[in-house]
Design a binder for this molecule. Structure first.
Ligand SMILES: Nc1nc2c(ncn2[C@@H]2O[C@H](COP(=O)(O)OP(=O)(O)OP(=O)(O)O)[C@@H](O)[C@H]2O)c(=O)[nH]1
Ligand SMILES: [Mg+2]
Length: 295
């Protein structure tokens, strides 16, 4: 038996969460076209033969400003420190940008084995992948390099097998049929936040946080869930609610149907929108996300 933690790290939008979901074969972590979608570590359990690979999805690493941002970036580096292996993801189309260089600098200090995956390989011609892989390996020698498209499923089997083989010998950390360590209340909040990210633009996504306030089990097997979306300003609240409540209604409908699929049960979802200036500097809000206070 083998088992270990693999920290999946990279710049915002590199495709970390998409890859984690693809390897897990199910949706454990939310994805959006906006950077800084993931805010805290989420573990996904992947079985590869007798090997249990615990993938740790982490927030993208960027130059943080707000307390929230600092806590997110801390969570990513802590994930890398606690793991048996670090898998760096680099968006193949974006290439070796400044943000990737900063991460390479940080990883150079790490004593853990490092692997590299170029992501979104479907977006660029093959002949551009090899030079990029070489350029990155010249800066930091990776134990292995992969080229994957999580969207198309290319290169995933090889990556999963290599991760399985690289895990240390030891007992499994999770029951075999576990998918993730995300509590259902957090999952509900994340699925709502995913819709906020997908259905609003500009400053709203970065200024919204979502918390599950109530979870009531109903006798008929359904659940009644009350969720609050906090935003920083009245203008953001207005955008979120939309014309005659159209936006918030759409967010609620999509999130509910997604949750019903994931939880395989009927869900009654109620959304509140509250203005709360400075929530992204509040320790309590970070704690609600399971983030440590960066000080
Ligand atoms: N074409 C293509 N797009 C991809 C692929 N993987 C991810 N994407 C897209 O890239 C965007 C970002 O994906 P995420 O998985 O949320 O990226 P992330 O690295 O987790 O981002 P953060 O959580 O914000 O750090 C989404 O729009 C994805 O659909 C891929 O293999 N091919
Ligand atoms: Mg992510």
């Amino acid at each position: 038996m083998r088992c270990g933690l693999v920290a999946v790290v990279g710049a915002p939008n590199a495709g970390k969460s998409t890859l984690v979901n693809a390897l897990a074969g199910t949706k454990v972590t939310i994805v959006s076209p906006k950077p800084q979608t993931t805010r805290f570590r989420i573990r996904a359990v992947v079985m590869e033969g007798r090997s249990q690979v615990v993938l740790v999805d982490t927030p993208g690493i960027f130059a943080p400003r707000r307390r929230l941002d600092r806590a997110m970036v801390n969570a990513a580096w802590t994930g890398a420190q606690d793991a048996d292996l670090t898998l760096l993801l680099v968006d193949a189309r974006a290439g070796l940008k400044e943000d990737v260089r900063t991460i390479l600098d940080g990883l150079a200090k790490s004593r853990r084995p490092l692997m590299l995956a170029l992501t979104k390989a479907d977006l660029i011609p093959r002949e551009r992948l090899l030079p990029l892989a070489k350029e990155l390996n010249d800066i930091l020698p990776f134990r292995e390099t992969f080229m994957v498209s999580a969207l198309k499923g290319d290169g995933l089997d090889r990556l999963r097998q290599a991760l399985g083989a690289a895990m240390p010998e030891g007992p499994w950390l999770f029951p075999e049929d576990d998918l993730s360590d995300l509590p259902q209340r957090m999952l509900a909040a994340e699925i709502v936040r995913e819709q906020v990210l997908r259905q609003t633009h500009e400053e709203v996504p970065h200024h919204a946080t979502v918390e599950t306030e109530q979870w009531e089990e109903r006798k008929d097997g359904s659940a009644r869930i009350e969720v609050t979306i906090y935003v920083s300003r009245a203008s953001q609240k207005a955008i979120l609610i939309g014309d005659k409540g159209a936006r918030i209604k759409e967010i609620g409908q999509r999130a509910r149907s997604e949750l019903e699929k994931l939880l395989e049960r009927r869900i009654h979802l109620f959304l509140n929108v509250k203005e709360r200036a400075g929530w992204d500097e509040e320790r309590g809000r970070l704690r609600a996300l399971g983030l440590d206070d960066p000080g």
